[in-house]
Design a binder for this molecule. Structure first.
Ligand code: DGJ
Length: 732
């Protein structure tokens, strides 16, 4: 491929010591716009010499090392591509092990590399590193998605030592950046307050983002961030990397500004209480760290991720999604067959595709009439549902609507038959009092019997009711008192629990998807307590938050949109917040639209409005799901928010605008420059979702050129009298 790359086979033959005298090996990991350059130093350690915009002459990558005192290996090797612990390295390691003989030193020397093309767009580079003293080997993997400018990086650690090696720390990725300054945007939150962004300039030392919550790992912090170089990036300007770890458990990301003011990034599973034993010839594969980089701001970077996620990651990401009516906030636990039959009719009246039956349908000895009992006993409650789920599926179908159902299969209430029968399946410390979140405890998914049980819940539902069209998979407690009776009994280390739980979960999901590949499935964790790109291999969408106050959702969905495309984001119209129905509906239309309201309480106009909204949504949802997203007016900095989705062909777009602050109440008093249109095309605009009896403030007979809309701009006229506006823009 590149003439200057050393022949890897030759390298393996000549060995490392003779290689040390020769020219370095340079490995560029390239996407359409960017490159990560890896290079061996005089001792054959692999370092990162460059990250950023691709050079047109790859031969010039070799010049970088010689220009930089900081990278030449004499000044201390900070730029390692995978930093080992206990030898020459004195900074935070990517890999730290204890060998079979108790020794804690590790060195990693470049051995070989290989790049294989999976297809025209996807390539996989693997780089083998070896400890010259101990039989430990690491392969670094870099999977590139060329067009999308996305890199997926992970490592595989293998030991051939006779005795087990203990992995003390095992990062997925180790990167190194050289810039003037670094600005990190990370997120914090808790239940109903997810995704609050904070941007800070990184200073000397290590900034850590992490989770130790086990299940529901993202409750306080998601494994996602954006990192701007030199200065804070905007939507359209600046160098920025968006990164995310594909792991549904404890994670740790470390950002270390070193003594040269360069930035080391380590991302992976949180090693906290998770030393992992590795038997001889066993391999440990770390989760993927996924990232994209743009020189043109966060807008382009997030579109890169969206394009990648829809095409390569989210289950059925290029497909479509169903609108639904959910009964959670309409009934909570209080329902029966008659009530549900009425709700099916309400759903039909509204025009949605599916009815989603939420929590409360199961358990008999300890009925699930509140969140205090029944979790784990997945038999229909005979009082509420004497004719079972099968009857409901048929009733729904008779009404002309599909049927979906809620489960929380990883959890158990102590007040349940499951707990009575299998106390050893529960994660809890044997000698300590139990500690609950929402009156429940996680089941021990490191145990294969528990994996079978969890799989069996879903398998039974689908086998008995093959027409179930949707699953909402919930997970409402974090892991307290981590201890596994199974690991104890099978003489395995307790420190495997956090990792093996997640691996167990993936095993269940893998098996489930092998048998039921297509069913729509929502990833929910009491709101946004769990969302990542490994789980989204199995789920078609996620529930960002239980907070559905539309004003809050504008901000939250805005932040999620940096990392996840709209097709994966569930958004429901509920009674949360003080905004009118139109506002609530307009906001929910920016994701997979659903309702969680008492439809029979809607007055005539509200019902008429909602029916039209569902019809409008169906007409434009493909633009929202598959189009390019442009965040135009930031609600954090303005009285109003505006964003638009435009098809790749630039023939259709949908613009959303909302008043979010009332200090001036002015709203959009000047035009907004639109994006993603074709300057040479002509467009007509049309207001959607007008509330019955109101008139649009937009002239629909006016034709605008794309150039005009993107240069002079367009005013959606959002103000105190028109607090939310949806506009369809269509090429003529
Ligand atoms: C938490 C979820 O986020 C809610 O939407 C609902 O499904 C409840 N659990 C049910 O217990």
């Amino acid at each position: 491929m590149y003439k200057h790359i050393f022949n890897s086979v030759l390298l393996a033959i000549i060995g490392t010591s003779s290689f040390a005298q020769h020219a370095p090996t340079i490995i560029p990991i390239e996407t359409r716009q960017n490159v990560l350059v890896l290079q061996t130093d005089k001792d054959n350690h692999l370092g990162i010499t460059y990250f950023g915009k691709k050079l047109s002459q790859p031969t010039e990558y070799k010049l970088i090392l010689s220009q930089s005192r900081q990278l030449d290996g004499n000044a201390g090797i900070y730029n390692s591509a995978y930093t080992p612990a206990g030898t020459w390295n004195v900074s935070e390691p990517a890999l730290q092990v204890t060998h079979g003989d108790g020794n804690k030193s590790l060195d990693l020397i470049y051995v070989s590399h290989n790049t294989a093309k999976e297809n025209d767009n996807v390539s996989l580079t693997s780089i083998v590193l070896k400890d010259p003293v101990y039989a430990v080997e690491v392969t670094l993997f870099y999977k590139t998605y060329f067009q999308e400018n996305v890199v997926e990086q992970w490592s595989v650690i293998k030991s051939e030592e006779k005795k087990p090696v203990t992995l003390e720390k095992y990062a997925s990725a180790n990167l190194y950046f050289i810039a003037k300054d670094y600005y990190l945007t990370h997120y914090n939150g808790t239940w109903a307050k997810e995704m609050n962004p904070e941007e800070e300039q990184l200073t000397a030392g290590i900034r850590v983002l992490d989770s130790k919550l086990g299940t529901r790992a993202n409750l306080y912090q998601p494994p996602t961030f954006s990192l701007s170089f030199d200065k804070p990036a905007t939507e359209t300007e600046g160098k920025v990397l968006l990164g995310t770890l594909a792991w549904s458990g404890n994670f740790k990301m470390e950002f270390e500004v070193d003594s040269y003011h360069n930035l080391r990034l380590l991302a992976g599973i949180n090693p906290y209480a998770s030393e992992y034993p590795l038997a001889s010839k066993q391999e440990f594969k770390t989760p993927s760290f996924i990232y994209t980089f743009s020189e043109n701001g966060k807008g382009e970077a997030s579109r890169n991720l969206h394009n990648w996620a829809r095409k390569y990651r989210i289950l059925d990401g290029e497909g479509t999604r169903m609108t639904l009516l959910n009964n959670w906030e309409a009934t909570y636990f209080d329902f029966n067959e008659n009530k549900l039959s009425e709700l099916f009719k309400d759903g039909k009246k509204l025009g949605v595709d599916l009815f989603l039956l939420d929590d409360g349908w199961f358990a008999n000895k300890y009925p699930r009439n509140s969140d205090g009992s029944g979790l784990g006993d997945w038999q229909e409650n005979v009082k509420k549902l004497p004719n079972g789920i099968g009857y409901l599926v048929k009733e729904a179908q008779k009404t002309g609507i599909k049927f979906g159902i809620w489960v929380e299969p990883e959890m158990v209430n102590p007040k349940s038959e499951l707990y009575e029968k299998h106390p050893d399946w529960v994660i809890k410390q044997p000698q300590r009092p139990e500690h609950y979140m929402r009156n429940q405890l996680p089941l021990d998914l490191s145990n294969p019997e528990v994996q079978d049980f969890v799989y069996g819940i879903l398998d039974k539902l689908f086998t008995e009711n093959p027409d179930i069209a949707y699953i909402k998979w919930d997970c409402n407690a974090t892991t307290f008192n981590p201890y596994s009776a199974y690991l104890e009994k099978s003489k395995q280390a307790q420190s495997k629990l956090y990792v093996d739980y997640v691996k167990g979960l993936y095993k269940v999901l893998e098996k489930l998807r092998a048998k039921y590949p297509k069913v729509l499935m929502m990833l929910c964790s009491g709101g946004g307590g769990r969302v990542d790109y490994e789980a989204l291999k199995y789920f078609t969408e996620f529930w960002p938050s239980d907070n559905t106050d539309p004003l809050e959702r504008i901000f939250m969905q805005w932040e999620y949109s940096y990392f996840f495309p709209s097709i994966a984001l569930s958004a429901h119209v509920t009674d949360w917040g003080k905004q009118p129905l139109k506002f609530r509906t307009d906001v929910a239309m920016m994701g997979r639209l659903g309702y969680d309201i008492v439809v029979s309480h809607l007055n005539e106009k509200d019902l008429q409005f909602s029916q039209q909204a569902v019809a409008h949504y169906n007409a434009v949802k493909d633009v929202i799901f598959q189009g390019d997203l442009f965040r135009l007016v930031d609600p954090k900095k303005n009285d109003y928010a505006a964003l638009m989705y435009a098809t790749k062909s630039k023939s259709k777009a949908v613009l959303f605008a909302y008043l979010v602050g009332n200090r001036n109440g002015d709203g959009s008093d000047t035009p907004i420059r639109l994006e993603g249109l074709d300057a040479s095309k002509n467009y007509k605009v049309k207001e959607l979702n007008l509330y019955p009896g109101t008139k649009s403030a937009i002239r629909e007979d006016q034709v605008y050129s794309g150039e005009y809309l993107m240069t002079a701009g367009f005013n959606p006229v959002v103000n105190a009298r028109r607090t939310s506006v949806v506009i369809e823009i269509e090429a003529m």
